[in-house]
Design a binder for this molecule. Sequence first.
Ligand code: GLY
Length: 357
Amino acid sequence: MPSFRVETPQGCYNAIVERGIISRAVEFVPAKSGKVFVVSTDDVWRHQGAALAAGLRDVAHEVLYLPGGEENKRMAPLESLAERMVLAGGDRSSVVIAFGGGIVTDMGGFLAAIFMRGIPVIQIPTTLLAQVDAGIGGKTGVNLESGKNLVGSFHQPIAVLIDPSALDTLPEREYRAGLWEIVKAGIIREPELFDFLAERSADVLARTPESVDRIIADSVRMKCEVVSADEREGDLRRILNLGHTFGHALEAETAYRRFLHGEAVAFGMRAAVRLGESTGHLSAADAEKMIELIGRYGPILSLDGIAAERLLARLVHDKKTVRGKVHFVLPVRIGAAEVVSGIDEPLVLDAIRFALS
Ligand code: GLY
């Protein structure tokens, strides 16, 4: 199974896509590590903890639990976990293993970034979304009341272990939420992946191992290439935010409780496609194919009761806003995207209304 290299100024590591890799976790814990802390949630540990515990063999480890749920992705739980790490003998030689979905990989990574001013983290993502996006690339952090991921740090892991068989117990809703991040990969940079998702949707939705392994590997390769080219999101990495500016506004507007991140990204991609078309960056034919593919991995949950004007107001709080200017990632054709700013507000409002409809 494939392994992809991330090479950044902060660190170099492999993202390995391999069924059963969790059973070899011990091989990725550096020799002479001190205490190993596994950061997870009750739920993930109940379903998959035995596999990781077996994979760590004789490496003693303490499991620390996060509450789970986007609304709990805040600083407070990290402070209590850090206190527990100190009490348990954690020091600068300690290692964090973040074992869970995107909330766990973001929070576990951030805990590692700030504990004793930074200790290594191994990312073992267990949801599709985290396997193809959140677990790779070193973005870590938590939400503030005023917006998503507004406190955080770039902290590259020392390894990312991606085990597609961990998805066997993933609920359908979470699986589809992850598929939308893969659709995003196809739209922004991977035309062959886009075609595969369009032609083989029955296999993908049935989770045939061959199709699941293929779409994960393509997405992980793409993410590793982009992060290696632009670790700090100064340029190319910005395309990974397709749909995120709109999606973050939706998540914040619904207090992080109503939609999974991938669902908000699906909403945001619909808005971005519409905006790409209405601003003349994207052909009507490509826009139609993209909207069709996003819909195919639905259903998109009901967006009833959400006011377009309120989402528009929230866009300016997103951290992608630079000096009050909102930047949008817009698809320009299947497999390519650009960052565009200075778009007239009525067009943005129209795109939000379209995505809400
Ligand atoms: N999730 C977007 C990025 O890692 O840049």
